[in-house]
Ligand binder design. Sequence first.
Ligand SMILES: [Zn+2]
Length: 147
Amino acid sequence: MKSLNKKDLLEYKKQLVNLRKELSSQTKKDLKDGMESVRDDLKDIDDFAQNENDIDIWAIGNNQKHEVLIKIENALTKIENKTYGFCELCNQKINDARLKTIPYTELCINCKEKEEQSKDESATLYPPLEDLKENNDEEEPSEETLE
Ligand SMILES: [Zn+2]
């Protein structure tokens, strides 16, 4: 598996570190200021969106920030391990444009689309809870679980 070149990695690393800094300072501010910070936060997002059109991280909700921070940490670890830039599901190289837009992404565009499709399907195709219970009753416990 061929890793990204050093120059690109450094560039992504810089971007990730900056994002992490901004996100964690905002998260800390939220904790300190409580609910009142939400309005200020939105104002900050607006200001940022005008200056940094290439990254839409400022459009994400407060409750998603923690999740993104974890992804940023993972991405930084992957840069250290030289496994950054590859899809976690199919191991294909993630498109440069995608990495530049979402440097903390874990999936290539194909897998991401599949993931979103399967989410849609599970929302519409799964039977109601009652039906699900009946189906489960027919299934015997797997022998694999009995060591
Ligand atoms: Zn993939």
